[in-house]
Design a protein around this ligand. Structure first.
Ligand code: MRU
Length: 360
């Protein structure tokens, strides 16, 4: 998508110098920093410290992490250990284990001497498949926005939580892809952007993406959504997901559940955009089976932004010695979800419809 009128993706392989490059998202929207991942440890750090984040992008970064690991040692034992190391970086997004497991399985029949190039090609394919899946999610999800516009003939108000835009994937995004698609079709839209404390991915990343694409948006703090819904100011909600069960329970950024509850109470459709790589077909109970990441309390107790000298600064916002907890994700039960938007079509959040996706 566009940054300063130039197309950019979140991760790429620089063929000329054989380097893996990423945008370090920790400094956005204030600074666009591009860094190189030189080895497995860099890839693990990038995922754990959220230089890259968003379920699909975590998965693609892990694939390149496996390639970087193979430069050092591509024996079975070493690749399995590297896979475990990467998978432990962040526990909730299933895309991470999905891409590591895919690589481990696909290299089984490949001679150790040919693995480096094989894994690099595989990582590049996982990357390009992600772009295509997200582009299709955009096409499939835009129909819901278009239908509302046809009925209402005035800008469609969409609420989104966290960042599930191109920065959370390689390009296009998941929840924002239908929005980008609808905007390119000149459907008038307005997006309510949830702040998404504690790390503020909504303000820092989603707003930045929308502004770069010239999409009308308003920034709101996390508790405003329910009020807007009661006042008829939200036509639909779209979020992404870090892991969706075979029965349609959706795990996503903390606070998603409360938005879905409010949407349900106000008869507002709640859509979840999910590439197949974010669906965990092996589990059926989101509340019991999805590991919820707990992050450092400092993300809650402090906040980072530009100071009056336009320098990034982190300040404490709590009484000294106050205790905080930091759950990063929650689970929205399937009954609160209207449809799941995938690259293979829009499906109901139930076991039959979701498992059928494996056959398409
Ligand atoms: O903690 P983050 O920033 O990695 O969380 C991201 C989200 O919760 C996204 O909504 C989710 O990964 C879907 S991304 C397309």
């Amino acid at each position: 998508m566009l940054v300063d009128q130039k197309n950019l993706t979140t991760i790429w392989f620089d063929d000329e110098f054989s380097l893996v490059k990423i945008i370090d998202q920790r400094f956005l929207p204030h600074e666009l920093k591009i860094v190189t991942l030189f080895n497995l440890e860099d890839a693990e750090y990038a995922i754990r410290e959220m230089q890259v984040r968003g379920a699909p992008l975590i998965g693609v970064t892990a694939a390149f992490g496996m390639y970087l690991a193979s430069l050092n040692n591509s024996s079975n034992d070493s690749m399995i250990q590297s896979g475990i190391f990467l998978k432990n970086a962040r526990p909730t997004a299933v895309n991470l284990s999905w891409s590591v497991n895919k690589i481990l399985k696909d290299i089984e029949s490949i001679d150790v001497s040919s693995r480096k190039n094989f894994i690099l090609d595989l990582a590049k394919k996982i990357r390009s498949d992600d772009i295509e899946a997200c582009r299709k999610i955009g096409e499939n999800g835009a129909s819901f926005i278009e239908d509302i516009y046809k009925k209402k003939q005035s800008p469609v108000n969409i609420l989104t939580h966290c960042n599930a835009g191109w920065l959370a994937t390689v390009d296009w995004g998941t929840a924002l892809s239908p929005i980008f698609n609808a905007n390119k079709k000149n459907i008038p839209i307005h997006v309510w952007v949830d702040e998404t404390r504690p790390r503020n991915q909504g303000f820092n990343l989603t707003a930045w993406e929308l502004i770069n694409e010239n999409i009308n948006c308003s920034l709101i703090v996390d508790n405003v959504g329910g009020h807007l819904m009661q006042k008829g100011m939200v036509d639909l909600c779209i979020t992404g997901t870090d892991r969706t069960t075979s029965t349609g329970d959706v795990c996503n950024k903390i606070g998603t559940y409360l938005k879905a509850l409010a949407a349900h109470d106000n008869n507002i459709p709640f859509y979840v955009a999910a590439p197949i790589s974010s669906i965990d077909f092996d589990i059926s109970d989101g509340l019991k089976e999805i590991p919820i990441e707990e992050r450092d309390a400092s993300e809650v107790t402090s906040i980072t932004g530009l100071n009056s000298n336009k320098k990034l600064e982190t300040v404490s916002i709590i009484p000294e010695n106050a205790k905080a907890v930091n759950y990063a994700f929650d689970v929205t039960p399937a009954k609160f979800i209207t449809k799941i938007i995938t690259e293979k079509g829009n499906v109901n959040p139930d076991k039959e419809s979701i498992t059928n996706l494996l056959k398409v």
